[in-house]
Design a protein around this ligand. Structure first.
Ligand SMILES: Nc1ncnc2c1ncn2[C@@H]1O[C@H](COP(=O)(O)OP(=O)(O)O)[C@@H](O)[C@H]1O
Ligand SMILES: [Mg+2]
Length: 377
């Protein structure tokens, strides 16, 4: 047997991992593979199984079924302290009676690293998290964001293969959170350690991750890069969870798609070949809809603005179309001199290019035609 080279081995793998609590399945047959040095996020709504997945990677929960591998080695039943993995939680449990430097030195002392080396590595790590000037401070003297930097330094100083982070910015206010997101990404790039980051905040996941696994009810919906998740979601759930969207339930009708109200819409050229009558969802991102388009567009419908929200860089409109469709439209304000905000009541034409729409499977099987149902009995 040919051994895979070290660089080919995935940093983290889950193979058919399942975990139930009583009758509820928290994590359902999840398989994924994370590359070395990757910033990988688990994203999904509360209760979808993110923390349970992370705790199985850390060794705090043993899966009912499936295998967990770290660096190619089966660790499914290996206890946390024997895994080369550290975890950062939302509440950064620093030792209150130890200074910042002593907190960071803790893991190295326990490993009997020589004193001079401890001092050097603690200094390096505190500089990396921008806390070099607070090494003598006690945790009680620090802000939430600073405590978190110390917690991060403490988890990174032993250079684990993988760092697991469970909503580590959840307790910070929005502005500090945005700032820490940029910092975390920079730190991860500098240390080159594989990060597995749990969040329910899509913007957070999009802004930091190399790849994102979107979870829903214990299952993986899609694993992809942020831009691919946004541009080519594989399900209506992912489309709805990542960014804002107009999702229209339609049926294949000849060359196009027909809404429940009988409006015929053009299909993107890459739409899957579905038999006539089959149901699917058509995704239209608000920023791909054009108001009063001047050029050639495949779809064009008349409507009236019912709601206007000016957000500075963009203006968001709700448009009720004469054919019954209601669409969210987002228009960039590209010039400060010509910011043209339309008031509610304004009549507009909404248009889009056929290929800006994305056809999505509904996730629900189509009701079988009557004759098929009869033969299957
Ligand atoms: N120790 C536990 N005992 C019973 N149910 C649990 C336990 N931990 C998690 N769950 C349940 O498993 C599901 C997934 O939880 P969790 O992994 O914490 O989700 P998330 O982190 O995505 O919010 C939820 O329905 C939750 O109530
Ligand atoms: Mg959680």
């Amino acid at each position: 047997m040919v051994e895979p080279s070290v660089t080919d081995v995935a940093a983290v793998e889950m193979l058919g991992v399942t975990k139930s609590f009583g009758r509820a399945t928290a994590v359902d047959a999840v398989s994924l593979s994370v590359r070395r040095g990757e910033f990988f996020s688990l994203l999904g709504p509360s209760g979808c199984g993110k923390t349970t997945s992370l705790r199985m990677l850390g060794g705090f929960i043993v899966p009912d079924e499936g295998t967990v591998r770290l660096g190619g080695k089966d660790v499914t039943r290996v206890p946390p302290y024997k895994r080369d993995v550290n975890t950062v939680f939302q509440s950064y449990a620093l030792f209150a009676h130890l200074s910042v430097a002593q907190n960071v030195a803790f893991g190295l002392k326990r490993r009997k690293v020589p004193r001079a080396e401890i001092a050097r590595r603690v200094d390096e790590m505190l500089a990396l998290v921008d806390m070099g000037d607070r090494s003598r401070a006690m945790p009680a003297e620090l802000s939430g964001g600073q405590r978190q930097r110390v917690a991060l330094a403490r988890s990174l100083v032993t250079m684990p293969q993988v760092l697991l982070l469970d909503e580590p910015l959840g307790a910070l206010d929005l502005k500090l959170r945005r700032q820490m997101q940029v910092e975390l990404k920079r730190i991860q790039r500098e240390v080159g350690i594989t990060f597995i980051y749990v969040t329910h905040d899509q913007e957070e996941a999009l802004s930091m991750s190399d790849r994102i696994a979107v979870m829903n009810c214990g299952r993986l919906e899609q694993v992809d890069t942020p831009d691919a998740l946004y541009a080519r979601p594989s399900s209506a759930f992912v489309a709805g969870f990542i960014g804002s969207s107009n999702l229209l339930r339609v049926r294949r009708t000849g060359p196009g798609a027909e809404t429940a109200a009988g409006v015929l819409l053009p299909l993107p050229s890459d739409a899957p070949a579905l038999p006539d009558g089959s149901a699917f969802d058509l995704l239209l991102r608000p920023e791909h809809l054009l108001l009063d388009p001047t050029g050639d567009v495949a779809a064009r419908m008349e409507g009236t603005i019912t709601d206007t929200v000016f957000l500075g860089s963009v203006t968001q409109y709700r448009v009720r179309c004469a054919n019954g469709l209601e669409l969210m439209v987002s228009e960039p304000n590209t010039s400060s001199h010509h910011a043209h905000v339309r008031s509610p009541g304004t009549r507009v034409t909404v248009g889009w290019h056929a290929d800006d729409a994305v056809a999505l499977p509904t996730g629900l099987p189509d009701p079988a035609p009557a004759e098929n149902a009869a033969t299957s009995q």
